[in-house]
Design a binder for this molecule. Structure first.
Ligand code: GAF
Length: 378
């Protein structure tokens, strides 16, 4: 792209992906989640380009880019453009004054791997534009407008977890976030001598967006029926297993399973927080396996590849627990692995996965890290 010839970075922003320790699909049910950012990022370099409305975006990682006009922002046919355009649109809707800018992106965050590269993209852009044009947006406003951009431009009716984790995380901590009140507390996490290991299935089944929205609808259907018996219920967060049992006859089997998973999963977030505080790592691991079982059997957002890896990990005494992390239908499994068994486990997993699916596993350790921030341009 032509603008690259005169590009000089004025501002560098780093925006991370995230893992979620536990609390999957609870965010849009107004429950609890326990995510943290990881040290896999998208780096953004920005410059104002002197034009009133022409903006240029280039991704070094994928060697592709596009330009758009601030006066004619509209949805694109190209998926990743929508994360950018959606954020710009939300900023303009808030009557903030943008001008032409150039932005160069580089990423070491695998896409489609359940680590929320989309939130990293949205939030890094919002953060950078806020700084470049002094927009006076708070961090929470950036989180919320990025989430809305995902609804309106990308078409996923996501909750707030990914954007919140990307922006608000702190090194060495997980965030216990109440997705209703948006109250949060930071829980120190130290699993020593265990490590958090991600196994990337490298599959991202294309059901993800459509089925995600279907799950959300099924939960809403459940709430509407439960409300007939319990008018005080506003979301699945207010529902207990006893209430659910009482309404079972009114709910379809599918809706019952979805609701049952969310009710348990919400409870698991609170339990997990206690186990982490007590450093009861065996209980942490067991809860991860329990959660995956629900993800697979009740919420049905797993896939053969993730199920295989989670089952495989159970054969290793050095693995305390594992589950698929993120929205589902592929992506990464999160594993708590003893450092002494790391090599043996990962080598065996690689071999078994290759034999079963003919796919080379990608394996990396992650550490809870800080959220979106400005860094020195090199
Ligand atoms: C995706 C969504 F974007 C999040 O809001 C969350 O619902 C997650 O799936 C599942 O926990 O990452």
């Amino acid at each position: 792209m032509e603008f690259l010839q005169n590009f000089k970075s004025q501002l560098r922003v780093v925006s991370p992906g995230r893992i979620n320790i536990i609390g999957e699909h609870t965010d849009y049910n107004m429950g609890y989640v326990l995510p943290t950012a990881i040290e896999k990022n998208i780096t953004f370099d920005f410059q104002e380009n002197g034009s009133e409305s022409i903006c240029n975006i280039y991704s070094k990682t994928f060697d592709t880019g596009f330009s758009f006009d601030l006066t004619k922002v509209a949805k694109s046919e190209v998926e990743w453009h929508n994360y950018i355009l959606g954020v710009v649109n939300e900023i303009l809707l808030r009557e903030r004054n943008l001008k032409g800018f150039d932005c160069v992106l580089e990423s070491n965050l695998p896409t489609g791997s359940g680590l929320s590269s989309s939130a990293a993209l949205e939030c890094g852009l919002a953060f950078g534009l806020n700084e470049l044009f002094q927009l006076n947006l708070t961090k929470l406003e950036m989180v919320q407008l990025s989430q809305t951009a995902e609804h309106t431009y990308a078409g996923t009716q996501c909750g707030i977890m990914d954007q919140y984790a990307s922006v608000m995380s702190e090194e060495g901590h997980v965030i216990l976030l109440d997705c209703l009140s948006l109250d949060s507390s930071y829980i120190p996490i130290d699993l020593n001598p265990y490590k958090i290991i991600l196994l990337n299935t490298k599959v991202s089944h294309n059901l993800a967006t459509s089925e995600y929205n279907v799950r959300k609808m099924e939960c809403e259907q459940g709430v509407a029926i439960i409300q007939q018996s319990y008018p005080e219920v506003k979301s699945l967060r207010d529902v207990t297993q006893e209430m659910l049992q009482y309404c079972k006859g009114e709910l379809s089997e599918t809706v019952f399973k979805r609701c049952s998973f969310i009710v348990d999963e919400n409870e698991r977030v609170i339990q997990m927080t206690e186990y982490l505080k007590k450093n009861d790592l065996t209980a942490v691991g067991e809860l991860l396996y329990e959660a995956h079982d629900g993800i697979s059997r009740l919420y049905e957002v797993s896939c053969p590849e993730s199920d295989f890896l989670v089952d495989f990990s159970k054969e290793y005494s050095g693995v305390l627990g594992a589950r698929q992390t993120g929205g589902g239908f592929g992506g990464c499994t999160l594993n708590i692995v003893h450092e002494d068994q790391l090599e043996e486990f990962t080598e065996a997993a690689k071999e078994a996965y290759k034999k079963k699916f003919d796919i080379l596993l990608e394996i990396f350790e992650v550490k809870p890290s800080g959220g979106t921030r400005i860094v020195e341009a090199s």
